[in-house]
Design a binder for this molecule. Structure first.
Ligand code: MRU
Length: 352
């Protein structure tokens, strides 16, 4: 029997989340009804991945409007919205979606909570549609750059339905390749310290029946150099105007490995992750998640007491190491000198 579909995030009298800290062992859903609990869920990564935390942020504005009705106390409402917006700094989707829903609330004539919920539901639907678009465009981009399939695709972190609404970004491309008989194997990096690759990507690949193996993170660049993969596919948390791309820590090492091996390196992200207000990579704030995640695994200490740690959750891959950026609406051939900030690169015929 095929596995039951899962719901990453939805609204049902509160924000309903599949708690990703419990996967792959338990499928536990949380109903979050306060701003404080939503911020905590985002920060502990119960809900994670750039598009998914954008959707969570949108629903968060609805929670804020319910908890602090702006017609009674606008200051308290805006303060609550600001805490959601700042819950995690690197993925632009969170701030973007909070701002979008807030501006719909301010422009709308109905009760704030209803206006916010409608806008957030629209965002959820848009992310779902854009995952299908990325899968489709990415599929052709991979076959084009690899001179056909089936291909072995290396990936990092989790960029599937768990990071979005359904299907996801880079993993949507891998899923589309698999569905069309063009995936030889997925090679998924475990993604220390929080193991999104081992816990979440492996769970999703298994559910879709795709062939895959896991790697420790440090094996990635070496195996690329050994020509074990035909392509690297990653997601993004923020793409700057010059194409520099922030994504899970370890992505930059894969880009260097792919360049050394002459293998295409593809970034897959919705247009909502492209941030033209950020000129280039050094302007992107990188979240440091502190010592605890590094010195222990699943609560078990692996380092001497009082060891310090540096824990950047993301890195930035310079645009010159990226072959193409695939969005839901376009494929930008960075390796041919095309720029992500040329909005005119959007072909109107391509816009669904
Ligand atoms: O810290 P996380 O798990 O939220 O990091 C997620 C990633 O880095 C993903 O690759 C990125 O958000 C793109 S996923 C659609």
């Amino acid at each position: 029997m095929p596995p039951q579909p899962f719901t990453t995030i939805a609204w049902d009298d509160g924000v309903v989340l599949l708690d990703q800290t419990k996967l792959p062992d338990e499928e536990v859903y949380l109903r979050v009804t306060t701003v404080e609990d939503l911020v905590a869920a985002i920060q502990r990564l119960s809900i994670r991945g750039a598009p998914a935390i954008g959707v969570a942020g949108g629903y968060g504005v609805a929670l804020a409007a319910r908890q602090f009705p702006p017609d009674r106390d606008r200051t308290a409402f805006l303060a609550a919205v600001a805490t959601i917006r700042a819950a995690r700094p690197t993925a632009v989707n969170l701030a973007l979606r909070v701002d979008e829903v807030l501006s719909d609330v301010e422009a709308g004539s109905g009760p704030a909570a209803e206006e916010a919920l409608k806008a957030a539901n629209d965002i959820r639907a848009a992310e779902l549609a854009s995952s299908v678009g990325m899968g489709e465009r990415g599929y052709y981009a991979v076959l084009d750059l690899c001179d056909g399939g089936p291909v072995t695709a290396m990936t990092i972190c989790n960029t599937g339905g768990l990071a979005s609404v359904e299907r996801g970004t880079a993993l949507a491309v891998i899923q589309t390749l698999h569905e069309r008989g063009q995936l030889a194997e997925a090679l998924a990096l475990e993604t220390r310290p929080l193991l999104q690759g081992a816990r979440l990507t492996a769970w999703e690949l298994q559910r879709m029946g795709a062939p895959f193996r896991l790697l420790v993170d440090s094996a990635g660049p070496f195996l690329l150099h050994q020509q074990m993969a035909d392509v690297v596919l990653i997601g993004a948390d923020r793409i700057a105007a010059n194409g520099d791309t922030a994504n899970k820590i370890g992505s930059f090492a894969l880009a260097l490995g792919a360049r050394a091996a002459g293998i295409p390196f593809i970034v897959v992200a919705p247009e909502s992750t492209v941030d033209l207000d950020t000129a280039s990579g050094p302007e992107i704030e990188i979240e440091d998640r502190g010592v605890g995640e590094v010195v222990s695994v699943h609560g078990m200490r692996i380092a001497p007491d009082d060891a310090g740690a540096v824990n950047p959750a993301f890195d930035v891959t310079p645009a010159e190491l990226i072959s193409v950026i695939v969005t839901d609406r376009r494929v930008v051939h960075v390796h041919r000198g095309e720029a992500i900030d040329r909005v005119s690169a959007l072909d109107p015929a391509d816009i669904e």
